[in-house]
Design a protein around this ligand. Structure first.
Ligand SMILES: Nc1ncnc2c1ncn2[C@@H]1O[C@H](COP(=O)(O)OP(=O)(O)O)[C@@H](O)[C@H]1O
Ligand SMILES: CC(=O)N[C@@H](CCC(=O)OP(=O)(O)O)C(=O)O
Length: 303
C-alpha cells in the first residue's frame, strides 16, 4: 500500500467534500461542450516545462474521456531554433514567420514531425489517452502554396521567406475519422504543395483554419504571455476586430503575436464561437478555460 503525506499534494488543504463540490461545478461546462470539437494550439513556448506538459496531457485526456473532441495542433518554434543552432544556424523571422530555406525546412520537418510531436503523443498516451501524431501531409490534410509576404508598413515591398506556406485547402476527413474512433489527433503544421513540396506553416494559422473547417466550438491558443498585452503591459481581456486593427497599426502587436491574432480573428469571423489566447504557463490552463467560470487570457471577437 502506498500513501502520500498531505503536504505532498497541492490540493491537500481541500476536504473530500469540497473536492466533490468543485468537480460538480464542472457539470454545466461538460454538458455544454459534450460532443463538441475543441481545437487547442499548444505553442512551443508553452511546452518547455515537463510538469506543465504533463498537466496539459492530463487535461486533454480528461476532456476526451468526458465526451469532448479535443484536437491538438502543436508548434515548436524554440525547439526548431535549438536544432538550428546545433547546426550553427540562426533562426530569422519576418513578421512572425521563420525564413525557411531548404536546410531549415528539413530541420522543421524533423523537429516538428519527430521529437516535439512524439513527446506530446507519448505524454497523452501515458495519461490514458489514444493520441495519434499527424503532419498536414497525412490524409492529404493541409494543402499549401508559397506565401507571398508583403511588408506590413509598405505593401510595395515583398519579402521572400522561402518555403513558408499559405494554406489553400484543408481536408479534415482524417481528423474526423480519428476523433470518431476515440483517438486524439496531434497535428504538426506542415503542408504540401502541388509538386508535393513541403511547406512550413505557422501553427497558429493551422489551428485557426482547422477550427473553422471543423466548425469547432472553441479555439484556444496556448502561449507564453498572459494574453494580448497593451503598450503598458496590461492584459486586454477582450478584443474586437476594430480594436485589433488599431493594435496592428500602432505597433502594439509584433513578432509571433502577429500571425496568432490574425488567425484568431479569422476563426472568430468564420464562425468559431469562442476564440481565446491564453497563458499556457498556468498549470492546467486548458481545464481552467474549459471547465470553470474563470475568465483568463484574451477573448477575440469578430465585432
Ligand atoms: N501585444 C503583445 N502581447 C503579448 N505578446 C506579444 C505582443 N506583441 C508581441 N508579443 C510576443 O508574442 C509572443 C507569443 O508568440 P510566439 O512567440 O509565436 O509564441 P508561441 O510559440 O506560443 O506561438 C510573446 O511571447 C511576445 O513576445
Ligand atoms: C512559418 C513559421 O514561422 N513556422 C513556425 C512553425 C512552428 C510554430 O508555429 O511554432 P510556435 O507555435 O511555437 O511559434 C516555425 O518555423 O517556427
Amino acid at each position: 500500500m502506498s500513501t502520500a503525506s498531505p503536504a505532498e499534494t497541492p490540493t491537500a488543504h481541500i476536504t473530500p467534500r469540497e473536492k466533490a463540490e468543485i468537480l460538480a461545478q464542472a457539470l454545466p461546462y461538460i454538458r455544454k461542450y459534450h460532443g463538441k470539437t475543441l481545437v487547442i494550439k499548444y505553442g512551443g513556448n508553452a511546452m518547455t516545462d515537463p510538469a506543465l506538459q504533463q498537466d496539459f496531457a492530463e487535461d486533454i485526456v480528461l476532456l476526451k474521456l468526458v465526451g469532448m473532441n479535443p484536437i491538438v495542433v502543436h508548434g515548436g518554434g524554440p525547439q526548431i531554433d535549438e536544432a538550428l543552432s546545433r547546426l550553427g544556424k540562426k533562426g530569422t523571422f519576418i513578421q512572425g514567420m521563420r525564413v525557411t530555406d531548404e536546410e531549415t525546412m528539413e530541420v522543421v520537418e524533423w523537429v516538428l514531425g519527430g521529437e516535439v510531436q512524439q513527446d506530446i503523443v507519448g505524454l497523452i498516451n501515458a495519461a490514458g489517452g489514444k493520441a495519434v501524431g499527424l503532419t498536414g501531409r497525412d490524409g492529404g490534410m493541409i494543402r499549401a502554396r508559397k506565401l507571398k509576404m508583403l511588408d506590413k508598413n509598405d505593401p510595395s515591398i515583398e519579402h521572400d521567406v522561402g518555403q513558408v506556406g499559405e494554406i489553400t485547402a484543408i481536408d479534415p476527413s482524417v481528423v474526423q475519422a480519428l476523433q470518431d474512433d476515440q483517438f486524439i489527433p496531434v497535428i504538426s503544421p506542415i503542408g504540401f504543395g502541388e509538386k508535393n513540396e513541403s511547406y512550413n506553416i505557422n501553427a497558429d494559422l493551422v489551428a485557426s483554419k482547422l477550427a473553422t473547417v471543423l466548425k469547432a466550438e472553441k479555439l484556444m491558443l496556448l502561449t507564453n504571455t498572459p494574453g494580448v498585452l497593451d503598450k503598458n503591459g496590461t492584459l486586454l481581456t477582450d478584443l474586437t476586430a476594430r480594436e485589433i486593427d488599431g493594435l496592428f497599426e500602432d505597433g502594439t502587436i509584433s513578432g509571433g503575436m502577429l500571425p496568432k491574432i490574425a488567425g484568431a480573428l479569422d476563426a472568430a469571423k468564420s464562425g468559431v464561437n469562442a476564440v481565446h489566447i491564453i497563458d499556457g504557463r498556468v498549470p492546467h490552463a486548458t481545464l481552467l478555460e474549459i471547465l470553470t467560470e474563470q475568465a483568463f487570457g484574451t477573448m477575440i471577437r469578430s465585432h
